[in-house]
Design a protein around this ligand. Structure first.
Ligand code: ZN
Length: 143
């Protein structure tokens, strides 16, 4: 991954072919000490694991797709989960026939490129486990 440029607290990043996006960006946030942030991006991949979260069953229902696709939209945030940077990302993938699928992103392997804007937010965001949904939700920073 390359840091293409920095504009204050905003970074433009480029992922390279073969890199796993979630792992790479999570490690970068750790190195940069980012404990609150916003992420958006586009690109292309050849393997993606996305899922739908079934709130009733309290579990993710993952699907792995191994074919080339356009990463039409990547959107999410960075917060601390058990003191480590954790990325909550959603992605939309466009297939060769121009149909699209999307979901909660678990992993994505870059095929062509990944062009990511990462904005570091001031302060910290934290997640804690919510008993009702089984999800690690953002904690309010004010009452
Ligand atoms: Zn999600």
């Amino acid at each position: 991954m390359h840091v293409i440029s920095r504009y204050g607290d905003t970074m433009l990043l480029r992922l390279v072919r073969g890199e796993e996006l979630v792992e790479t960006l999570t490690a970068f946030c750790g190195r940069e000490g980012i404990s609150a942030g916003w992420i958006e991006g586009i690109g292309a991949g050849d393997r993606i694991e996305i899922s739908y979260y079934d709130v009733e069953k309290r579990r993710y229902m993952p699907t792995v797709i191994e074919e080339e696709f356009e990463l039409l939209n990547l959107l999410g945030n960075v917060a601390l989960k058990e003191e480590k940077p954790f990325l909550h990302l959603h992605a939309t993938a466009g297939k060769k026939d121009l149909s699209a699928m999307g979901g909660h992103l678990h992993s994505l392997r870059i095929a062509g490129t990944g062009e990511i804007r990462l904005t570091k937010l001031p302060g910290e965001l934290r997640r804690s486990l919510d008993d009702e949904t089984g999800l690690w939700l953002l904690c309010p920073t004010e009452d």
